[in-house]
Design a protein around this ligand. Sequence first.
Ligand SMILES: [Zn+2]
Ligand SMILES: [Zn+2]
Length: 216
Amino acid sequence: MINVFNRLEKINVMLVDPHVHVYSPCAKWTFKQLIREADIKELDVIIITDHDRISKVPIEIHGNVKIFVGVEISSKDGHVLAYGVSEEIPPLSTQEVMEKIHEQGGIAIAAHPFRNFEREGLQSSPCSIKEGIFDVHFDGIETMNGLNTARENELARKNAEILNLSKLGGSDAHQEGQLGNALTITKNEINVLDDFIAAVRKKLVKPRQLSGVKFT
Ligand SMILES: [Zn+2]
Ligand SMILES: [Zn+2]
């Protein structure tokens, strides 16, 4: 699949995929494949967010795409995306995880907070925060996740609006063909990870679905 954004729109925004797995055991592709797909889809920024580990990734510009590293933390109540942390955080409660992210100067995003909300019991460990998003002071909510259903994403969007939080999109890509299926777009220039963090804090980001991608 080829991008996607018409040229006029692409000129004005940065296309960021802030939720990508590559070295997690559940990921089924290589860093090289990721870079190739990012190039084909003309993405500007990729943030690698492997599960519970801050992966050692060559942080440099690969062609036109910039690569940064975050982490997706398996809190006891669900997954939390962290950007701007340098030390790994154990699977504590969501509140404790968020505090540890903030202590390190990072931001905490509720990842796919309503995934499986209609399919309880399918997973042995929690991955979705659900009502917990009201108890924890997140910096943003992933309201468009590339592996979610449309209804799961819609619930996240509605609740992010109630909470007046930044709304992000991320593909949650684990293999070829998934990268960029959901994105975060911003008009802010992003040269370093802190630029992305600042854009999220200022709510200068929006979730965006690539045309042709359908959430099931
Ligand atoms: Zn997750
Ligand atoms: Zn993920």
